[in-house]
Design a binder for this molecule. Structure first.
Ligand code: CA
Length: 491
């Protein structure tokens, strides 16, 4: 059995104040309902149509097919265009640009030994749930900074097992100006080894996830599973390698599906299936080898294929089976929504861009998106905005501004900017709002952005073989262009 909300509130009051306030029967009743567990399975670089419930005919995903039948699909769910920004958005419930992690300090994403990371002053989803009495764990890939103040254990997670950044930042990918150190395998804040053979990454992550679920089955828990796969270099264990109809990519996707099946079975065995919300989605669109049909564009772009990702959610006790919602939703919504379901609230001292979509997930709200506008950033640059079915893309038509109606033209093929001056004018005004608020470009942070974490004199977690630093390969360096909070290396 879970602790109920009442147990937690009671415990907190006794601990904090030593007194118990009398409660009305109504509030007591509402607090007596059990709070759910949350599991977020976050795939790396999986395309919109790479799984059965979103149209794949190539990859076999029976567990995800079943999960969709038993839960809800969100078909206009947006992440961000790349790894680091996407993880910033899901953890903080805010646009990546709001927290300064729309890119790394000198590359499109954070690199080993990067100066930048998620500012410890940010309040993450894990911290919000921890406040409500949840056990919190992350098993997989973090990618929000590898220096100590930026690690998951400093951001509300009780437990971390996995890799601090992407699986392609490895010595064999060392290039002209990059000198990648070995890929660290971490438990909490300790490097416990190097990942050399990646074939068992998905199995390893799955086993650690199952272990976390087993040891927390008697209390509310939040488990974040950001799989290193299906980001290149692609790999699969010997049980899956060579088995799919879609090469190594299909093998890796089918192994992920197996992993989801393991987790759902474990929940049933432990009798916590009914009251556990399981989310399955991807951090950004795919590279070119994957399938975004019918969307245009790939990872890194702000066409739909870059940010719109498959999304499934299953919570047998509450979410209508086999349901679908097509309005705009986002990774940013999970923080406020989970807070609501956990009986908590989000802090009032800062802007959260995400919306509470609890009514959508419960099937109460069936048509209206909570977003008047959704902004598409290509790293630091505002390139597109969507409102309702209309999307204005500043670089849409061979680099020129384009207007698309996503209801009629989900593939962003027909630029109809000429015939719709009213819509264009409205979308331009919405873009102006974002320019002031979030900014546009590295040199123009908006008035409401928050400082990134900056670690002076950072070091790679494992030194490279030749002892040289990772190196820099970009002409654009965020350093000194963005507000930052500095942390000092005391080692
Ligand atoms: Ca990614």
């Amino acid at each position: 059995m879970h602790f109920t909300k009442t147990n937690i509130a009671f415990f907190a009051m006794v601990m904090n104040f030593g007194i118990i306030f009398s409660q009305t029967s109504e509030s007591l009743e509402s607090k007596l309902s059990e709070v759910p567990n949350f599991i977020v399975i976050f795939i790396d670089d999986m395309g919109y149509a790479d799984i059965g419930p979103f149209g794949s005919k190539l990859n076999r995903t029976p567990n995800l097919d079943k999960m969709a039948d038993e839960g809800m699909r969100l078909t206009s769910f947006y992440a961000a265009a790349l790894c680091t920004p996407s993880r910033a958005s899901i953890m903080t419930g805010s646009y990546p640009k709001r927290v300064g992690l729309m890119q790394g300090s000198w590359h499109a994403v954070l690199m080993p030994g990067d100066e930048h990371g998620l500012n410890p002053d940010e309040i993450t989803m894990a911290e919000v749930l921890k406040q409500e009495g949840y056990s919190t764990g992350i098993v997989g890939k973090w990618h929000l900074g590898d220096q100590k103040p930026f690690l998951p254990t400093r951001h509300g997670f009780d437990y971390f097992y996995g890799i601090p950044y992407s699986n392609d930042m490895i010595p064999s990918n060392t290039g002209k100006k990059r000198n990648f150190p070995p890929l660290p395998l971490m438990r909490n804040e300790t490097v416990i080894g190097e990942v050399v053979d990646q074939s068992d990454l998905t199995v390893d992550v799955t086993n650690e996830a199952l272990k976390f679920i087993r040891s927390n089955a008697d209390r509310p828990f939040f488990l974040y599973i950001p799989h290193p796969m299906v980001h290149g270099p692609l790999n699969a264990s010997k049980d899956f390698r060579g088995r799919s109809n879609n090469g190594i990519y299909g093998d890796a996707v089918e192994e992920i599906d197996w992993s989801v099946g393991q987790i759902l079975s474990q929940l049933k065995e432990l009798d916590i299936d009914e009251n556990t919300m399981v989310v399955f989605t991807s951090d950004n669109g795919p590279t070119r080898i994957c399938d975004t049909t019918p969307l245009r564009g790939t990872k890194g772009t702000t066409f739909e294929g870059g940010l719109r990702v498959p999304f499934l959610v299953r919570w047998p006790a509450k979410i209508p089976k086999g349901s679908t919602f097509g309005g705009i939703t986002s990774t940013m919504d999970l923080l406020p929504t989970f807070a609501r379901f956990a009986g908590g609230d989000i802090p009032k001292d800062r802007i959260f861009d995400g919306k509470d979509i609890s009514k959508i997930l419960l099937g109460i709200e069936k048509s209206e998106s909570p977003y008047e506008s959704f902004y598409y950033y290509e790293q630091a640059n505002l390139t597109a905005v969507r409102s309702g079915d209309w999307k204005l893309h500043l670089k849409g038509d061979e680099g020129n501004p384009a207007l698309y109606n996503l209801e009629d033209d989900i593939g962003e093929k027909n630029n109809i900017i000429e015939g719709h001056p009213m819509e264009v004018s409205k979308l331009i005004k919405l873009m102006e709002v974002a320019r002031k608020d979030l900014g546009d470009g590295l040199r123009h942070p908006g008035k409401n952005v928050r400082p990134i974490g900056f670690y002076d004199n950072p070091k790679a977690l494992i030194p490279s073989a030749n002892g040289l630093p990772v190196g820099r390969d970009s002409g654009v360096i965020v350093k000194n262009l963005w507000p930052a909070k500095h942390y000092v290396n005391r080692n």
